[in-house]
Design a protein around this ligand. Structure first.
Ligand SMILES: *[C@@H]1O[C@H](CO)[C@@H](O)[C@H](O)[C@H]1NC(C)=O
Ligand SMILES: *[C@@H]1O[C@H](CO)[C@@H](O)[C@H](O)[C@H]1NC(C)=O
Ligand SMILES: *[C@@H]1O[C@H](CO)[C@@H](O)[C@H](O)[C@H]1NC(C)=O
Ligand SMILES: *[C@@H]1O[C@H](CO)[C@@H](O)[C@H](O)[C@H]1NC(C)=O
Ligand SMILES: *[C@@H]1O[C@H](CO)[C@@H](O)[C@H](O)[C@H]1NC(C)=O
Ligand SMILES: *[C@@H]1O[C@H](CO)[C@@H](O)[C@H](O)[C@H]1NC(C)=O
Ligand SMILES: *[C@@H]1O[C@H](CO)[C@@H](O)[C@H](O)[C@H]1NC(C)=O
Length: 750
């Protein structure tokens, strides 16, 4: 593992731009690098003004030019450019807590609201859907002129809004109320003149419009997926905090974005980015999100695009909502027909209607013989005759699907069939290719490959049936969605929730598809995939809940989202994964979000900031917890809350191997629910676990609420039982006449 951290945009972007970190020599010839330094005032001193605090931060530094960002709200500390020796000197100074290197470079909707049961057009002129709520998006910037950010019918921002807009005065409005750039490298040298947070890659425009974009009728991409585009919280306000230079985003800039979003008055923060999983106190962004949550701001973050392997999760802290990605019931179909008459449905966003319906010779790119040619990387088809042929390319190899298409096209190929690896299963993407193409699942891929092997003159053609709605299975978990169990934290089940993250249509700054595509009038959209795309869906849904329940804590909103989630797909079957096998809780979390139910959950599991700190004391040393808490914490003087007992809306229990079949090995899990529904109401417990695998008792098994906001404690006793399985998963349900409050339970035997 490298010790430095790089943040990655969690979308499968059509092209990847790389910007290496520049480490510059200082005047003395020694290397300067950026560090995030956490400090703690003596005697818990309170600073009168931000300038006083900044002056104190400066006192750690050799000269004034070194400070990149001073943090005031969610982190006590700063980012600065320092040599290793200077850092060593700072670490010996009173008030120093810790420092982490800020190393960064990246490697890497028309339909989803309806699919989630939100009728946005009918509700558009009613309050709700996020009215009065501000969603801050930490991302690559925004294209403000897009109609998704039109403020038609939007009231002015709430009085608490303190932010600003660094586009020229005419560009922000009552929808896009704020926009700032925090990329230190872009602000440098502009002598204080704000740099507009322009989106050069499209990612931030897409995520912002998914969270809280206005309704835009007639949206489509290359004629496909026609419909009204809209965000989840159509009435919420948006603020963009640009923290990425093209698609390179650094921790230190992100912290500045989160710090300002909290100070500005954002209610929800959406972060579709992730770095490698680290202990929470070493992850500056997770430290900052704790400060945000402590101040009542809801934070959703992407689970990561590293699935389907086990424990590939990122952004695992218990105070944030960790979002997995699922499919919707829409396919942008392109069908491969082989010379033997067999055909397979795949996907492509680019659907040329003038493409010849004739069969072309079919070749496997691997036959080129060049190393890694199977992935159709640039240069690998040189000297290989693919003129007028259909080329079979493998997915992956760290090369984007659209780049493979460009490589095939520039070599003279007539079309591309993009084939899946085994692990990618049935997951396919409708990308904006530049030539006739079809992305097919693994089963189809092997059949096509066998066909090529079986005949001397294989041929194929691609036809374009277009946008198909009502496809199944949907929702299903996509291969790239990162999986649990959490490595940082075995006592908490992660991810928390799944939402639409495959082939999501949303606003885009530029036209996509082949360069030859005629430029059409009207707004541009794009369809892309990633946990980057599922995260803003959940941010928008959190805004809708916050708008209806302004007094709910971030933990209560999260509980509402999780305990009302769906565990079956639209056909009523268990939600499947990319292999079309039932997806486990490490893929789905609590299930697939149901926004309509989430505004009225009946009961909530709440957690206070002090509970998180007690809980962190069960994981880390006092000084490490102090970094996250931004105040001195003495864990010896606190009763730690271990993993099982944090009042989380899901339950994870790990048994040591010796506990199987032994009596007295049971684990008692404590929880407390608050009634936010009808009064009086009576809830009965129900436990869904595979037969005999483990046995679970709930005490008491009936909860009677006679007052609003009444809280009742209960205990869940988990007996190891006689299971031979390593993991046993099920759920606890509290059921009343009006509500089902469901908590997933995962039991692991080490
Ligand atoms: C302000 O920005 C808008 C949209 O980007 C642009 O059309 C307009 O010319 C700009 N006005 C000024 C004064 O720069
Ligand atoms: C800012 O610009 C100055 C002068 O060009 C340069 O010396 C310094 O290293 C730059 N700092 C950053 C963070 O890019
Ligand atoms: C992916 O490719 C880029 C260059 O295009 C490289 O920097 C990066 O390390 C590669 N990632 C992996 C996992 O191979
Ligand atoms: C392939 O690489 C060549 C040379 O590096 C470059 O000029 C060309 O633009 C690349 N092609 C694609 C499709 O990226
Ligand atoms: C097709 O032939 C290639 C080369 O002989 C082989 O590696 C591959 O496994 C075969 N594929 C199938 C599906 O039979
Ligand atoms: C932390 O609390 C323990 C128990 O109350 C006490 O003995 C210890 O002195 C405290 N440590 C600090 C550094 O205050
Ligand atoms: C537990 O009991 C079952 C059935 O009696 C047996 O198959 C299993 O091997 C036992 N497991 C352990 C760890 O003793």
């Amino acid at each position: 593992m490298e010790s430095s951290r790089s943040l990655v945009l969690l979308s499968l972007l059509p092209s990847l731009l790389l910007v290496a970190i520049a480490t510059e020599p200082s005047a003395g010839g020694e290397l300067l690098s950026t560090f995030i330094v956490h400090v703690q005032p003596q005697e818990n001193h309170e600073f009168g003004t931000a300038d006083d605090r900044t002056a104190w931060y400066q006192s750690f530094l050799p000269d004034n030019g070194r400070l990149l960002h001073a943090y005031h709200h969610v982190v006590t500390g700063f980012a600065a450019r320092l040599t290793r020796q200077e850092l060593a000197a700072i670490s010996a100074m009173p008030g120093f807590l810790s420092a982490v290197p800020d190393s960064t470079y990246t490697v890497q909707t028309t339909h989803s609201p309806e699919f989630l049961g939100l009728n946005v057009e009918a509700q558009q002129n009613q309050p709700g859907l996020g009215a009065g709520v501000i969603v801050g998006v930490i991302d690559t910037g925004i294209f403000p002129d897009h109609p998704s950010f039109s403020d038609h019918g939007m009231p002015p921002p709430p009085a608490k809004w303190k932010g600003r807009c660094d586009f020229n005065g005419t560009t922000c409005n009552n929808k896009l109320i704020g926009a700032r750039n925090f990329v230190a490298a872009l602000n440098n040298g502009t002598s204080g003149v704000p740099v507009p947070p322009v989106d050069l890659v499209g990612h931030g425009t897409h995520t912002s419009s998914t969270a809280a974009g206005a309704v835009v009728p007639g949206a489509n991409v290359l004629g496909q997926a026609m419909g009204s585009a809209s965000g989840m919280a159509t009435r919420a306000h948006l603020a963009m905090y640009k923290v990425c230079y093209t698609n390179r985003c650094s921790d230190s800039d992100m912290l500045a974005g989160v710090d300002t979003a909290v100070a500005d008055g954002c209610d929800v923060i959406s972060i579709s980015l992730a770095g490698p999983a680290l202990p929470f106190h070493q992850d500056p962004v997770l430290v900052a999100t704790f400060g945000a949550v402590e101040k009542g701001v809801f934070v959703s973050m992407a689970a990561g695009n590293s699935g389907p392997v086990e424990s590939s999760l990122l952004n695992e802290a218990p105070w944030i909502l960790t979002v997995a990605a699922s499919t919707v019931d829409r396919s942008i179909r392109s069908t491969v027909q082989l010379g033997n008459g067999v055909s397979f449905h795949g996907e492509s966003l680019y659907q040329p209607h003038d493409s010849p319906a004739l069969f072309s010779p079919l070749v496997h790119a691997a036959a080129s013989g060049k190393p890694l040619a199977e992935f159709c990387g640039n240069g690998t088809l040189d000297g290989f005759d693919v003129k007028g042929k259909m080329v079979l390319c493998e997915s992956g190899g760290n090369i984007s699907a659209t780049l493979k298409g460009r490589v095939v096209q520039s070599a003279g190929g007539a079309g591309m069939i993009l084939k899946n690896q085994f692990l990618q299963g049935y997951s396919t993407f409708a990308d904006a290719h530049v030539l006739p193409a079809s992305h097919v699942g693994y089963t189809a891929s092997t059949a096509i490959e066998s066909y090529i092997n079986s005949t001397a003159n294989p041929v194929a053609r691609i036809s374009f049936p277009g946008t198909i709605l009502g496809t199944s299975p949907a929702p299903s978990i996509v291969f790239f969605s990162s999986r649990g169990p959490s490595r940082q934290h075995t006592g908490i089940l992660k991810p928390d929730i799944a939402g639409p993250g495959v082939n999501v249509l949303a606003a885009w700054p530029f036209q996509v598809g082949p360069p030859s595509t005629p430029v059409l009038p009207g707004p541009t959209f794009n369809i892309i995939s990633g946990t980057s795309m599922s995260t803003p869906h959940l941010s928008g849904i959190a805004a809708v809940i916050k708008s209806k329940h302004s007094d709910w804590s971030p933990a209560a909103i999260k509980s509402a989202i999780m305990t009302t989630a769906e565990i079956t797909d639209r056909s009523g079957n268990p939600i499947l994964n990319e292999q079309r096998a039932p997806a486990n809780l490490f893929a789905t979390g609590a299930g697939h979000v149901n926004p309509t139910k989430a505004v009225d959950p009946g009961l909530v599991y709440d957690i206070t900031p002090a509970d998180y700190i007690s809980h962190l004391c069960g994981m880390y040393k006092s000084q490490e917890v102090s970094v996250i808490a931004r105040k001195p914490v003495n864990c010896s003087a606190i009763v730690a809350i271990d993993g099982n007992h944090l009042n989380y809306p899901s339950i994870a229990v790990a048994f040591p191997p010796s506990s199987r079949n032994s009596s007295g090995a049971e684990v008692v899990v404590k929880r407390k629910v608050r009634n936010v529904g009808e009064v009086p109401s009576v809830y009965y417990s129900a436990v869904d676990m595979p037969d005999n695998a483990v046995s679970i008792d709930v005490f008491p098994c009936k909860l009677t609420f006679t007052k609003p906001n009444q809280e009742i404690d209960f205990e869940v006793v988990v007996w190891p039982g006689q299971s031979g399985s390593k993991v046993v998963q099920g759920a606890l349900r509290w059921v009343s006449e009006m509500h089902t409050v469901r908590s997933p339970i995962s039991v692991t035997f080490a």
